[in-house]
Design a protein around this ligand. Structure first.
Ligand code: NDP
Ligand code: 8X3
Length: 247
């Protein structure tokens, strides 16, 4: 039987690539985001297997209205890919913008748990699955990563907590934790295409298609197998040591 996946943040980057990967694999796909024009383009490209759903992750009433508007054929959601999210700013905490911190928390944490809460009863009824986009920033702190890393640590720990609560239901939960993936992520974070090009330039970063293929692989694992956490980096990225402030 055809399965249905809801992918948040489908207007760009990893989410957009995941829409194409799941649709090519025969899934029905619901793709969400604020930019309706981009979702309409995807709908024109993919056809009847794609259902665009426009809402802001920070607006619970809009999430409710959007889910209630789903056509009958897309209502039985088997898989939730909690991908929508963002980093804003690279300043150290002591000079960071509070509004940016709040937007990251409202999107990456509050929005993610809200969508999850609303879909959980159906996912339990169908023994479905949840794949959450955390990040290497959940595990490895870096300067300027402050609240972004904190939100992604929440996503990782929430994923593990969900696994625990959903014990015995058959629902699978995975935390995907990528390092550097070239998407609109750095453009959104810095507001600068040049900063984005400099970060990814000559670095051979992972691509959105790399992560989309991983999401599809996780989703297609046999029903008895759960990938708990999965950390990925480009070969060009690794770890560096601690810093010491000297007087
Ligand atoms: P992009 O900026 O390319 O895409 C982000 C997506 O999130 C867009 O579709 C955007 O849609 C959506 N989004 C952001 N804010 C909102 C909002 N308030 N309401 C609805 N949708 C929203 O970034 P990526 O594809 O790289 O990021 C996808 C996920 O992967 C994020 O959670 C990110 O933290 C995570 N990640 C990314 C890494 C990277 O290096 N790129 C590495 C590790 C994790 P729209 O603007 O249309 O609303
Ligand atoms: C995005 C990866 O390293 O920029 O989550 O935080 S990083």
């Amino acid at each position: 039987m055809t399965k249905t996946v809801l992918i948040t943040g489908a207007t760009a980057g990893i989410g957009e690539a995941a829409v194409r990967a799941f649709a090519a694999d025969g899934w029905q796909v619901i793709g969400t985001g604020r930019r309706a024009d981009r979702l309409e383009k995807l709908a024109a490209e993919i056809g009847d297997a794609f259902c665009p759903l426009v809402f802001d992750m920070r607006d619970e009433a809009a999430i409710d209205a959007a889910l209630a508007s789903l056509p009958e054929a897309f209502r039985a959601i088997d898989m939730l890919v909690n991908n929508a999210g963002l980093a804003l700013g690279t300043a150290p905490a002591q000079s960071a913008d509070l509004a940016q911190w709040q937007q990251m928390i409202e999107t990456n944490i509050t929005g993610l748990v809200t969508v999850t809460h609303k879909l959980l009863p159906g996912l339990v009824a169908r023994k479905g699955g949840i794949i959450n986009l955390s990040s290497v920033a959940a595990t490895y702190p870096y300067t300027g990563g402050n609240v972004y890393g904190g939100t992604k640590a929440f996503v990782r720990q929430f994923s593990l907590g969900l696994r625990s609560d959903l014990h015995g239901t058959g629902v699978r939960v995975t935390s995907i934790e990528p390092g550097m993936v070239e998407t609109e992520f750095t453009l959104v974070r810095t507001g600068s295409q040049q900063a984005s090009d400099t970060l990814y330039g000559n670095a051979n970063p992972m691509t959105a298609d790399d992560i989309a293929a991983t999401l599809l692989w996780v989703a297609n694992q046999p029903a008895h197998l759960n990938i708990n956490t999965l950390e990925l980096m480009p070969v060009s990225q690794s770890f560096a040591g601690f810093q010491v402030a000297r007087e």
